[in-house]
Ligand binder design. Structure first.
Ligand code: HEM
Length: 241
């Protein structure tokens, strides 16, 4: 016979988590899912440049509410306001994620010992999420701030930013870091909240998605570079024929 004894919470200090911890966990998952889905949409919209200048121009006009203006031209203020919203979500996500970060050398050593000791794929995935999260802490706000202060987007204006203003350097670092971070994040959320028991299958999907997103992102970056190198300064916005 099994005897279960219920102890009052106050008698086992340190074992019972703080209620805020569970809330922070939920906030981290919800903001993470939001940002992961945003990234999937973002990289597809942005790589419409691979279909030509006209395609990217039309995508930007639709996203900036061109249907509500008489000229059919979108409103860059929409990008500005949406970018502020994304910045708030990024900050919230980073704030709750920080409590997971190993803060002392001893904690890093324990993590390394743990990873060397048990060759568990999910522990390795978590380690890479930690490293890429650290990189994003510095790079993501730079990009989002640029979109708030200079929200002009288009085949020529984006190419100008990427090529003439050297944003390619930022994007070349940001792209692999954010794709790896976001895709491992979505995998971990799905496992954590019990959405799937087939971890191996999901890991395969995530790996394919990581390679696919890095390939379309890199090709788009190359397109902006080629377009930018053909543009004379001062750059004129693209006008469809
Ligand atoms: C609402 C806010 C955002 C807007 C309006 C936006 C817009 C854009 C645009 C228009 C580009 C193309 C290049 C350019 O015009 O400079 C770009 C590139 C990029 N963005 Fe964003 N972005 C936003 C937020 C983010 C966030 C939060 C991330 C991830 C942390 C991100 C990751 C990237 C990456 C990696 C690239 C380069 C893609 C490539 O290599 O092809 N963006 N973004």
């Amino acid at each position: 016979m099994t005897v279960r004894t219920l102890l009052p919470e106050t008698s086992i200090p340190g074992i019972v988590g703080h209620p805020w911890s569970a809330k922070a966990d939920k906030i981290q998952s919800v903001t993470g899912i939001l940002l992961g889905c945003f990234l999937l949409a973002h990289l597809h919209f942005e790589s419409s440049i691979l279909l030509g200048k006209e395609a990217f121009y039309q995508v930007v006009q639709i996203l900036e509410g061109g249907m509500f203006s008489e000229t059919g031209h979108g409103f860059p203020v929409v990008t500005k306001v949406f970018s502020v919203f994304i910045l708030i979500v990024v900050m919230l996500h980073a704030a709750v994620a920080l409590r997971r970060f190993p803060a002392q050398l001893g904690q890093w050593r324990a993590l390394r010992r743990h990873m060397n000791g048990i060759n568990h794929k999910d522990s390795h995935a978590w380690f890479w999420q930690l490293v890429t999260g650290f990189i994003l802490f510095f790079l993501a706000p730079v990009h989002v701030f640029t979109m708030i202060t200079n929200p002009e987007i288009g085949p020529h204006l984006s190419a100008e930013r990427v090529y003439h203003a050297n944003a390619w350097l930022l994007y070349a670092l940001l792209l692999p870091a954010v794709v790896i971070h976001a895709m491992i994040g979505l995998y971990r959320v799905a496992v954590k909240w019990g959405l799937t028991a087939n971890r191996r299958g999901l890991r395969k999907i995530i790996k394919v998605l990581i390679i696919y997103l890095i390939v379309i992102g890199s090709l788009s970056l190359l397109s902006y570079m080629i377009i930018g190198s053909d543009l004379a300064l001062p750059v004129q916005p693209f006008v469809p024929e």
